[in-house]
Each structure stands twice: as C-alpha cells, then as structure tokens.
Write a protein that binds this ligand. Sequence first.
Ligand code: IMP
Length: 202
Amino acid sequence: MGAGEVGEAGGSRAAVQSGPGGAAYGDIGEVLVGRDALARRVAELGERIGADYAGRALQLVGVLKGAATFLADLARALPLRDVRLDYLAISSYGRSTETSGVVRFVKDLDESVAGRHVLIVEDIVDTGLTLAYLREQLQARGPASLAVAVMLDKPERRRVPVPVEYVGFRIPDRFVVGYGLDHAGRYRHFPDVVALSPGAIP
Ligand code: IMP
C-alpha cells in the first residue's frame, strides 16, 4: 500500500471545504487533504502498523507540537495491546516558512527507548533534516527497532535522504497548515490540511 497522492489541483477538493464552526477558510487557503481522507488514511496506516508490530510492544514517539494530532488519531487506530506514548520537542521554523537546517532538542523523551520497538510519529517530512537528526539520535540509544510514520511528505523539497516507513499522503511543494501543522503558531486546530494562499504568508 503506497502513500496517497494529492495533486496540485487538490485531490480532496470535493471534501468538506469549511473550517471549524463551519467558517470557510476563505483567504487563508484551500483544502488540500480533507478530514474524511485523513481519517480513512489513518485507519489504513493503523491496520498496517498493527500487522507489522503484531505481538510486540510498541513505543510511539511523537514530535511536538505538530505531530500531536496525528499521533492521537494513529494511536487509537492501532489494533495492538501494548502501546506507550512519549513525546519530544525540537526547534522548528519559528515564524518563517523555510527551514534553518538547525535542529535541537527542546524537550527530551521521558522514557528510555533502549531495547524497545520505537516508531517516530511526525506530521510532515520536508527537507528531511529533522527526521534524519531524530533517527540518528534515537538510533544511538539502542532501540530494538526504529521506524518512522509521517502523515504528509513533500518529496520535492528533500535535501537529505531519510527512510520513512509509513507515509500518509505525498503532497506538492505547498506550505500547509491544519491537522497539527502551524504557521507562526496558528491554524493547528484546523481539521483539514489547508494549503496556505501566498497572500497569507507574510
Ligand atoms: P524538515 O526538517 O524540513 O523535514 O521539516 C520538518 C518540520 O518542518 C515539520 O515537523 C514541520 O514542523 C515543519 N514544516 C515543514 N513543512 C511544513 C509545512 O508545509 N507547514 C508547516 N510546517 C512545516
């Protein structure tokens, strides 16, 4: 099962076009991946990850803040008995839409990953710098296995190759918000993935 593809024209345009409370996204942007498509894909990923880790204990590592929404949905879609949730936070873009290439831990994990089956859960892979850094850091701690699940992938923007075992949707090179993703701290609460209009990016 490959990643879902979303074209520039918006594969989910027929999906719900309104934001929270029924308000239209208007000049903020347009829906790129609607909430129904997100829910269907999370269910598929949950089944697949559940099959791959059947009979094992799984430690989910969510990357704050962006992955919190995806992690909450994915965790509840896992047909597994023994799942732990832990979180780390790293520095992100700040107010810009371009990566600085500098990644640092702002909050480390509460639990050890040594000897555990670890799945890093991230909102989006863009240049790949963040995930490459996280994989290296967590691998050095001696997990039994290490894999990555992302909801969104912007392959055109990759600067470093990084393995990603589970991908929700491949999307074009657009700056997106919603489903946990922000722009300068805003719009994380949108239930759809919304491509920001150029005018909405200062
Ligand atoms: P990377 O290190 O360039 O792969 O970037 C990963 C991080 O950049 C993600 O965890 C997001 O926080 C942020 N990011 C990348 N693209 C977007 C986007 O389109 N919208 C919001 N945040 C993004």
